[in-house]
Design a protein around this ligand. Structure first.
Ligand code: PMP
Length: 448
């Protein structure tokens, strides 16, 4: 067994302990330390770790065949998972294409949109408008849609530079509008952008219905969602929902789109869809889009591992378990419990400026002043520091500081959908302890 971490490179030179095993909402390292997986990894492990029924179903598939290339065989896991996915998504989304991750899903959504436009004789449509800040993935196409400068800048000359509109960070807005009017104001930025770009050149608009890593669980006013759908319809622009993080039950509905009764033209999913049991993602779209593409010769796209029976058996087992155990309903209920407890943190910690989210995708954000919403000074390195203090105490949370964006240090709390009320209490005890330690280190005041 190698104990040399230098062969493998990720982002940092700072190795973590070796993972030993997982159980429910907990992970254990090889030294026997227990961690609450308060962010489900990177918002992945929606059904919790080491679910025995899911493992048994994957094992059963493993014993039969781990791979059969999709051009050589149909497979039951892929077709059954497609059927199950369609059954769980809103009407009008009835065609599925499998991939192995979120960036692949986003790339696939955009390529499907483009091929559909070609079947309509709309060859000029090629621009995909996205929001700033946003995160859509790290491959070149998905990165070009991503509104997060530190990840883009080194590669910027290698991309076209897709148009961006401001994400609806209404909690930072100091206008005198009602919530509803604010939602419309932000949505209309898309209309202005489409007109400025030339509507005949705009292919699609892509958005995370609830923001993920880049904005920290940003939820728009309700009015935003319907207005965006109307604007896309007005100009024949396809609406792509990036539900890579929000899909598969995370926000208390199977798709976040369901909260607002929106049917996007294409939905990208991953993360909770395979829930950490297999690298898996999907795009789901209406037959209205897909059939013309198939009639015109087929989708010019496909990854080697797409739809492999092993990953699909895992995805199918995950969705069945989610359904059988009522996990999405639990996410909605526990999301409310968690939100109340997170909001209560604002009484004790004046440097928490906002708490937000939907279901079990929640976040809080640090500020130096609640009036101006100025972030904490970057030298405090708060986003990294609090994560470390929580980690040392056995709680995993996920953080970002959006440099060049509009938000400061924010922290995502997104435990597996199976979490209980008692486990939320347990999580909050550690979180408060870590926040106290952070405040003390940083010399920030705490209310008694
Ligand atoms: N879209 C969103 C909204 C995401 O949160 C992510 C991952 N954080 C991606 C796309 C990219 O997914 P992956 O890392 O699996 O390629």
């Amino acid at each position: 067994m190698s104990d040399d971490s230098s062969y493998l490179f990720y982002q940092s030179r700072n190795p973590r302990p070796f993972l030993d095993y997982g159980e429910g909402i907990y992970l254990f390292d090889e030294a026997g330390n227990r961690y609450i997986d308060g962010s489900s990894g990177a918002m992945v492990s929606n059904i919790g770790h080491s679910n025995p029924r899911v493992l048994a179903k994957i094992k059963a598939q493993m014993d039969k065949a781990t791979f059969g290339y999709r051009l050589h065989f149909r497979t039951h896991p892929s077709e059954d998972l497609a059927a199950k996915t369609v059954a769980m998504t809103p009407d009008g989304l009835d065609r599925v294409f499998f991939v192995s991750g979120g960036s692949e899903a986003v790339e696939s959504a955009v390529k499907l949109a483009r091929q559909f436009a070609l079947t309509q004789g709309q060859d000029a449509r090629h621009k995909v408008i996205s929001r700033f800040p946003s995160y859509h993935g790290c491959t070149f196409g998905a990165l070009d849609l991503t509104g997060y400068d530190p990840l883009r800048e080194p590669f910027a000359p290698m991309m076209e530079g897709m148009p961006k509109v401001a994400a609806p960070a209404t909690y930072l807005d100091r206008d005198n509008l009602s919530e509803e009017a604010r939602g419309i104001k932000y949505a209309d930025l898309l209309r202005d952008k489409i007109l400025a770009e030339g509507p005949e050149t705009v292919l699609a608009f892509i958005m995370e219905p609830v923001g993920g890593a880049s904005t920290g669980a940003l939820v728009a006013p309700d009015s935003y969602y319907g207005r965006i759908r109307e604007i896309c319809d007005e100009f024949g622009v396809l609406l792509i929902y990036d539900e890579v993080m929000t899909g598969a039950g995370r926000t208390g509905k199977f798709l976040a789109a369901e909260h607002w009764g929106i049917t996007p033209d294409i939905v990208a999913m991953s993360k909770g869809f395979g829930a950490g049991y297999a690298p898996l993602g999907a795009i789901v779209a209406g037959a209205r889009l897909v059939e013309p593409v198939l009639d015109a010769g087929g989708f010019l796209h496909g990854f080697t591992y797409a739809g492999n029976p092993l990953a699909c058996s895992a995805g199918l087992a995950v969705l069945e378990e989610m359904d059988d155990q009522g996990m999405i309903e639990n996410a909605a209920r526990m999301g409310e419990v968690l939100m109340v407890q997170l909001r209560a943190l604002m009484d004790r910690y004046p440097f928490i400026g906002d708490v937000r989210g939907k279901g079990l995708l929640t976040a809080f954000e640090f500020v130096s002043d609640r009036e101006t919403m100025e972030p904490l000074p970057p030298e405090l390195d708060a986003h990294a520091r609090l994560v470390e203090l929580a980690y040392e105490r056995g709680l995993i949370i996920y953080s970002r500081r959006t440099r060049g964006g509009m938000t400061g240090d924010h922290f995502l709390i997104a435990p597996p959908l199976i979490i209980t009320e008692q486990q939320i209490d347990e999580l909050m005890v550690i979180l408060r302890d870590a926040l106290d330690a952070f405040a003390q280190d940083a010399g920030l005041p705490v209310e008694a």
